[in-house]
Design a protein around this ligand. Structure first.
Ligand SMILES: Cc1cc2nc3c(=O)[nH]c(=O)nc-3n(C[C@H](O)[C@H](O)[C@H](O)COP(=O)(O)OP(=O)(O)OC[C@H]3O[C@@H](n4cnc5c(N)ncnc54)[C@H](O)[C@@H]3O)c2cc1C
Ligand code: SF4
Length: 584
């Protein structure tokens, strides 16, 4: 018997006479829902570990360990509270693990899952009455808030939603007016970072035997997954989530605002809080993060900037995902749906099919002795919608999996990511998504890559951020323009260029990719008010330069697709107008 099952058996309260809930992997809190208000002595929870799901995409090992370790610790924490635990291991969709339990335990309540994938998986059990869906109490806003703040049809805008959410919740409001006189202090938050104040060092966690056992399991069962395990960077318990949040409040929030858009070789996170992974699992509640920040004595641009990320962006992307049924219902078009979950180009990179090893990994290994196991179920989920407003369909270059490209910005962010399973927002938007968009990479493939690589990625948050914001795959549905930029932006906001073989003012190909992108998509982007000036500049650009732009695009695309590093052999003298950064 595993240490975890032994520990659970030692703490397990008597299961008799309980009302049972199903608690999905990303609702690990007893501060919301029935667990927060009903007597633990009368409650039982079904917790399902799902190696089949873990093997469907080449998830970063750190992500697998994060989810599994938190799931197991949550089960133990609840057992200590007196909640009875039914711990199951699924070898197929979640419903295959839950269905056999319902005749014995009775209908199970659950808070509506955040992930569409899980909602689709469980739909037959909801329809049959075996599962009773209740509202998810982790969100700060309702679908009604979203509808009230927007026109009924897209485009939908975060700033209108955020203003509504501030007014409705009263957060950072005084006498019905925004504190400080403005809803957003974003223009004050655009400094680059030169080392002062020093960037905080992320906290270390001490792995306990349960986490160590999870790590051994991940290495043995999911050994072919990419990424590196680092247990000292893994918040696994409720106490760990608390100490991460205490660190974030103390070390990050005071300087959060001004350096929000900065990027640095010296710190993958700078003053970003790194809480997204625990927030999305509900180890830390969004309401708590926002409430604590609102109550803190902080410079207003930092306080407002941080609150906007959670009350604004996080809630907004969730509503957009839900309102479009995960981008399957788009105005005037129905995007094609991928047949099966994509691997983000991992098979091409490794030369081995990802799906071939799937059933072996998921079905045949003994994952957790002493638990309920279920047979592999039917009903594989699809691979999600494939919208592409710019008809982008190129494969994701191997550089995203770690093959050096010689573009220092890209290589640096990719190295950080495969080491940590994390990088901050601007690196995701203005390096990873920017470059993929400039190369006409398939937005679906890029989404699948983000989903696999980041420890905080789930469909409701990764799809809007990549399809909606990062790549403009759904046009202006939720953003006003594609977030693309040349080297001038990266040089201004980071210290990457100092270590690069390219010069951002002369040889950097990213600037030429930018012009080539505008030229290729000019017809589609015409009429976009926020691109009026860049498109005017494009039209004034000499024909000879435009030809070099186009050749550079082909050369870079072909070299990166073949996994070859670039060399600074073609000068790129002109660079684009200053482009406004990231998000609002
Ligand atoms: C291309 C792309 C892909 C992304 N994929 C994900 C993802 O898979 N999962 C994810 O949680 N976030 C994603 N984001 C949003 C954002 O980059 C991360 O939430 C943030 O970087 C997490 O780091 P942090 O906790 O240090 O954030 P901080 O900068 O400290 O911000 C605090 C919190 O605000 C929330 N937040 C900020 N921006 C967003 C946003 N755009 N959408 C949702 N929440 C936001 C997060 O919960 C974050 O923890 C993505 C952004 C882009 C551009
Ligand atoms: S010079 Fe260009 S490729 Fe090199 S780090 Fe700067 S922006 Fe990136």
């Amino acid at each position: 018997m595993s240490r975890f099952h032994q520990a659970l058996a030692e703490r397990q309260p008597d299961p008799a006479g309980r009302r049972w809930l199903f608690v999905p992997y990303d609702q690990l809190s007893d501060e919301i829902g029935p667990l927060s208000r009903e007597d633990p002595g009368h409650l039982g929870i079904v917790v399902v570990e799902n190696p089949w799901m873990a093997a469907r995409r080449p998830y970063h090992k750190q992500k697998l360990a994060l989810i599994l370790s938190n799931l197991r610790h949550f089960a133990l924490e609840q057992a200590v509270r007196g909640v009875s635990i039914r711990y199951a291991v699924a070898a197929g969709p979640y419903r295959t693990a839950l269905e056999p339990l319902i005749p014995e335990l009775g209908p199970l309540r659950l808070m509506e899952p955040a992930e569409r994938e899980l909602r689709a998986d469980l739909a037959p059990l909801v329809a049959s009455g075996g599962l009773i869906m209740i509202p998810h109490e982790g969100w700060l806003t309702t679908p009604e808030d979203f509808r009230t703040s927007q026109r009924s049809d897209p485009p939908w805008r975060m700033d209108a939603f955020y203003r509504h959410a501030r007014r409705r919740t009263g957060i950072l409001m005084h006498d019905a007016k925004p504190v400080g006189g403005k809803f957003s202090f974003d223009p004050a938050n655009r400094l680059s970072w030169g080392g002062d104040p020093p960037a905080p060092t992320p906290p270390d966690f001490v792995p306990d035997p349960i986490t160590e056992e999870v790590a051994a399991l991940v290495e043995s069962v999911f050994g072919r997954h990419p990424g590196r395990l680092n247990l000292t960077a893994l918040p696994a318990t409720r106490t760990d989530a608390e100490s991460l949040w205490s660190w974030a409040k103390r070390e990050c929030l005071p300087a959060f605002g001004p350096f929000e858009d900065a990027m640095s070789l010296r710190s993958s996170g700078l003053f970003h809080t790194r809480i997204s992974a625990v927030l999305n699992l509900h180890r830390l509640l969004p309401a708590r993060a926002v409430g604590d920040a609102a109550a803190m004595d902080l410079p207003l641009p930092s306080k407002e900037g941080f609150i906007r990320q959670i009350l604004g962006w996080r809630e907004f992307v969730h509503h957009v995902h839900a309102a479009t049924d995960g981008f399957r219902l788009l105005p005037g078009r129905v995007p094609p749906i991928a047949e099966r979950p994509g691997d983000g180009g991992y098979s091409r990179w490794t030369g081995k099919s990802w799906s071939e090893g799937l059933s072996e990994t998921a079905g045949s290994r003994q994952v957790a002795a002493g638990s309920d196991r279920t047979a592999e179920g039917a009903g594989h989920p699809d691979g999600g919608p494939m919208p592409s407003a710019l008809s982008a369909s190129a494969p994701l270059p191997p550089a995203y999996w770690g093959t050096p490209s010689a573009l220092a910005c890209l290589d640096h962010v990719v190295t950080d990511l495969w080491t940590e399973g994390y990088s901050h927002h601007i690196t995701r938007l203005m390096v990873l998504a920017n470059l993929a968009t400039l190369l006409d990479v398939s937005p679906r493939e890029l989404t699948d890559w983000f989903w696999a690589a980041y420890t905080d990625a789930y469909d409701w948050v990764v799809e809007p951020n990549v399809l909606g914001m990062g790549t403009y795959a759904v046009g202006d549905l939720m953003t006003t323009k594609p977030y693309v930029a040349g080297a001038a932006y990266i040089a201004r906001m980071s210290d990457y260029c100092g270590t690069c073989g390219f010069d951002p003012k002369t040889t950097c190909p990213i600037t030429r990719l930018y012009w080539a992108f505008l030229a290729r998509h000019e017809a589609r982007l015409q009429g976009n008010a926020r691109l009026r000036l860049p498109l005017q500049s494009l039209r004034k650009r000499a024909r000879a330069l435009r030809e070099i732009d186009s050749r550079t695009f082909q050369r870079v695309r072909d070299a990166l697709a073949a996994g070859r590093a670039l060399s600074p052999d073609v000068p790129a003298p002109a660079h684009p107008r200053k482009v406004r950064s990231g998000t609002d």
